[in-house]
Design a protein around this ligand. Structure first.
Ligand code: F6P
Length: 542
């Protein structure tokens, strides 16, 4: 079913026409309690969604849309392990990765929770050994550097979590991340590292990804060269995280040093699986488990809370409201927390690889826009860069502000100044500054239009007490389930990623054409042929 066919969609279209010019200034003036009423405080996360261009009627219709789309049944289907990723015939069970030991979640008649905890225990053993200095390298020296090699979901989550939870990390261990097939990424990552003290984690769900395998081979050569070329050293300096034991063994990593996950975990939903091994080594098993507990608390909230106070559902419905009715093209993610600097990049894969789809589950063209483009930077830096457009540009950019009550580094006045900026930004966006107010400041007539802020620019403010592993787990699960809800309403498959395939296949073909000794017979379009020839010419000049 196309989402536009739901009666609530039609009602929302009519409602949008009626209310699209309604000003937040007016909505707040009419209802002095609005700023307290349109909030939700659940599972330790506070969401203020009052500065959105919505009325009670909007919320009512959006929730009706969720009901008509069968959201409740779709949530249950995911949690029950049904194969909701229909194009790959797979269950979607990242929620099992953070289920407590006592839980039971069935896939193909088997409870998968025990294997999740066996793997967590195995990760904890390795992590403890590395952290204590008990895992020694080929020459007997302790490991001081951990380099995760992976890309996409096998990189973005680990990088983001390492940065986000650095405060909790063991500071005499260094973690680095290599993802790009551009050789500079690897070269810079290992420039100042000693192979005798370096452990590589090769992270790849499939263990066939071109970028990761190229970097993994380069890492093995670098490691062997630095350790006298003894192949026995690989066992001490390489571990693998994958679902593909055969390919891991083929690469030369003993499967005893392999940390497994399963095909019911999507790459972009895998940072809390064994893919999080580098995170666990950095912050320790206890902190890692506390992060999983945060995820689980949000899972339970999502599964059981009524839609009107269900945080992921509310956020998803607002995204649909702006994307499909206001024609907003993007969402800005603006964490006022420096440790969350990679959070927007992480969310880009989570949101856009999941919901950047053009057909419904039935394979017909979806009749509305699907995922908006997610982007962002930490505040306050963004304020001195792109916020101009959000305040006075011609486009509507819904914003998610993320802030914490208590700082991790209580330095002087910094935290109050930081938080003052978050609140000032959402206030300025919502209420702006009218020409009358601008003129009242003594601004001349000709300058007034340039200094007017129209306001009526929507935002959510998400707050938690402090950035901890547990809070990070909750925040990630909040967005995961918001993505799920959006996909459920658009009736698309949020868990496949066929859109990345064509480029991969073409690249394989072009690699051979770039590397061949003889000038290859090219049969691409004239532009691609010309670019290939040009590159071959430049290579020869070197
Ligand atoms: O880019 C496509 C993709 O399949 C992502 O979904 C995935 O996270 C990434 O490649 C890496 O895949 P793998 O973990 O199998 O190397």
């Amino acid at each position: 079913m196309n989402p536009t066919q739901y009666p609530a969609w039609k009602a929302l279209t009519a409602h949008y026409k009626k209310t699209r010019r309604v000003q937040l200034r007016k909505l707040f003036a009419q209802d002095p309690q609005r700023g307290e009423r349109l909030t939700a405080d659940e599972a330790g996360i506070f969401l203020d969604y009052s500065k959105n261009r919505i009325t009670d009627e909007t919320l009512h219709l959006l929730q009706q849309l969720a009901n008509e789309a069968g959201l409740r049944a779709k949530i249950d289907a995911m949690f029950n392990g049904e194969k909701i990723n229909i194009t790959e015939n797979r269950s979607v069970l990242h929620v099992a990765l953070r289920a407590p030991r006592s839980a039971s979640i069935m896939v193909d008649g088997q409870n998968v929770v025990p294997q999740v905890h066996t793997m967590l225990d195995k990760m904890a053993q390795l992590s403890e050994r590395v952290r204590r200095g008990a895992w020694t390298g080929h020459t007997g020296r302790r490991i001081r550097n951990v380099v995760n090699i992976g890309i996409g979901g096998s990189d973005l989550g680990p990088v983001m979590a390492y940065e986000a939870l650095r405060y909790y990390s063991q500071r005499d261990l260094t973690c680095r991340f290599v993802s790009n097939v551009d050789g500079s990424d690897f070269a810079e990552a290992v420039l100042d590292l000693d192979p005798a003290e370096t452990l590589f984690i090769i992270s790849s769900k499939t263990f066939t990804t071109l970028e990761t395998m190229t970097n993994a081979h380069t890492a093995r050569e670098w490691s062997l060269a630095g350790l006298g070329g003894d192949p026995a050293s690989v066992a001490k300096h390489f571990v693998a995280v994958s679902t593909n034991a055969r390919e891991v063994a083929k690469f030369g990593i003993d499967t005893a040093n392999m940390f497994e996950f399963w095909d019911w975990v999507g790459g972009r939903y895998s940072m809390d699986s064994a893919i999080g091994l580098s995170t666990m080594i950095a912050i320790g098993p206890e902190n890692f488990r506390s992060m999983l507990d945060g995820f689980h608390q949000m899972d339970e909230h999502f599964r059981s809370a009524p839609f009107e106070r269900n945080l992921p559902v509310l956020m998803a419905l607002l995204t649909i409201w702006y994307t499909d009715f206001f024609d907003a093209h993007t969402v800005a993610i603006l964490p006022y927390e420096q440790y969350l600097k990679r959070f927007p990049a992480y969310l880009q894969q989570l949101t856009m690889e999941s919901n950047g789809k053009h057909v419904t589950l039935d394979g017909v063209r979806v009749q509305c826009d699907t995922s908006p483009i997610y982007w962002g930077e930490p505040g306050t830096n963004g304020q001195h860069s792109f916020y101009q457009l959000i305040h006075q540009g011609t486009r509507l950019v819904p914003c998610d502000f993320i802030a914490f009550g208590k700082p991790l580094h209580p330095v002087g006045r910094h935290h109050d100044i930081l938080l003052a900026n978050v609140f000032a930004q959402s206030e300025a966006l919502a209420f702006g500054k009218t020409s009358r107010q601008v003129k009242a400041d003594g601004t001349s007539d000709w300058l007034t239009p340039h200094r007017v802020f129209e306001g009526n620019r929507p935002s959510n403010t998400i707050m938690a007490e402090r950035l901890t592993p547990e809070t990070l787990g909750k925040l990630i699960a909040l967005y995961e389930h918001s993505v799920f809800t959006q996909g459920a309403i658009w009736n698309i498959d949020s868990f496949d990623q066929w859109g990345v395939e064509l480029g991969k296949v073409l690249a394989q073909r072009i690699v051979a054409e770039l590397e061949s000794e003889e000038a290859p017979k090219l049969a691409h379009d004239s532009s691609t042929n010309h670019l290939i020839r040009r590159h071959r010419m430049l290579k020869e000049k070197r």
